[in-house]
Write a protein that binds this ligand. Structure first.
Ligand code: NAD
Length: 349
């Protein structure tokens, strides 16, 4: 057994109902006195509730999905002008992503307060978009110093968004079981992530205000994201990257729609298929995924603008980027069948 695994330095707090005091404690611990709060207009109320009592120098709401370079530049200038010494982000992956873009160029520490299950808060991956091209990279400076989770901030996240966001986290777990350069420490984290997300999401769908369900989902989403270094993307992520970038499909919904179809082929042949089945508590991994889809529902990419006549184009874009280590051989024919099934939203079984 040979591998290299680094554990990232980050404090994580789960403080449901006590988020305001927890954020204040974390900012004090960093010795910061001029806080820049980043939160989109929609999350302004949530941000206000957890940042009262902080020495706020600037509240900033110019959040745009996929972090356009111009937005990042404007935010950096605003942080400089306010002489901020810490960034507190309150929001989903788009908000955390903007905080990371500023940390990348300023080195400012981030206290992240997530309000979705995107998981960006637990990685040192940054991304920026110039025109239609999204670039991602790895930099230790963008890893938030502290993540403060408060499940009460998520009870208003609509069920369909919660499911898409949670299934996106589940996709991270599943893909990391067989992605290139995964390691034996990531495996158990991913399997426990699947278990927590399966239980958590079922609770959230039954009762969106269930703190227990929200906390379990947070637990799973954090496990999905916390890895020393994200493994090189597997087939699932390659497909989602092409679909999202080429046809402008939403991030979480695309992951949720693609996941069972890629897992169908891989889970049958890869040894981790058994680990996945055990995490679902079902005889096979596919049965577990299907049971979860039946309980929580799942988005379809066709509802977000992906057309049947784009399937062939998607096949030609995905084929050259298929990881050579994919557990099952990928051909034009089986990839076409897979992407057509994704388009149709067919039952993968
Ligand atoms: P998002 O942050 O754009 O939020 C989606 C929607 O949910 C928005 O309209 C937002 O206003 C709303 N919302 C957020 N929290 C809410 C709440 N508690 N109640 C009600 N509404 C709420 O989307 P996302 O899926 O969280 O993040 C997607 C972005 O994150 C993408 O750009 C993706 O690339 C990035 N991402 C990055 C990483 C990384 O490691 N760098 C990991 C995952 C995702």
């Amino acid at each position: 057994m040979r591998f290299v695994h680094e554990t990232l330095p980050q404090r994580v707090r789960l403080a449901s109902g006590r988020g305001t005091a927890a954020v204040e404690g974390e900012v004090t611990l960093l010795g910061a006195t001029r806080v820049m709060v980043i939160a989109s207009e929609q999350e302004a109320g949530l941000a206000e509730s957890v940042t009262t009592g902080l020495p706020v120098a600037l509240t900033y709401d110019d959040v745009v999905m996929h972090v356009p370079v111009e937005v990042a530049d404007r935010t950096h200038t605003a942080a400089d002008a306010a002489e901020a010494d810490v960034i507190v982000t309150v929001g989903g992956g788009s908000t955390t992503g903007l905080g990371k873009a500023v940390a990348l160029t300023t080195g400012l520490p981030i206290v992240a307060v997530p309000t979705t299950y995107a998981g960006s808060e637990a990685t040192y991956v940054w991304s920026l978009t110039q025109g239609a091209v999204k670039t991602t990279g790895l930099d230790r400076r963008v890893l938030p110093r502290t993540v403060m989770y408060d499940a009460t901030l998520m009870t208003g996240l609509p069920v369909d968004l919660s499911v898409a966001s949670g299934l996106n986290a589940l996709a991270q777990c599943v893909d990391s079981l067989w992605a290139p350069r995964t390691d034996p420490i990531n495996g158990p984290l991913a399997a426990e992530g699947v278990r927590a997300l399966r239980i958590g999401l079922s609770h959230v769908v039954a009762d969106p205000h269930s703190i227990e369900g929200r906390e379990k989902t947070i637990h799973g989403a954090y496990l999905a994201a916390v890895r020393s270094r994200p493994p090189d993307p597997g087939l699932h992520h390659k497909i989602c990257h092409v679909l999202g970038g080429r046809y402008d499909l939403p991030h979480a919904q695309t992951h949720a729609a693609v996941l069972p179809h890629v897992s169908r082929s891989t889970s049958r042949t890869h040894p981790s298929g058994c680990r996945l089945a055990a995490a679902f508590g079902t005889p096979t991994a596919l049965a577990g995924l299907e049971q979860l889809r039946a309980t929580v529902g799942a988005p379809r990419v066709r509802d977000h603008g992906f057309r049947e006549d784009q399937v062939a184009d998607a096949v030609s874009a995905v084929l050259p980027v298929v990881p050579p280590s994919n557990p099952t051989p990928v051909t034009t024919e089986n990839l076409h069948a897979l992407l057509r099934a994704v388009w149709e939203g067919a039952d993968p079984a």
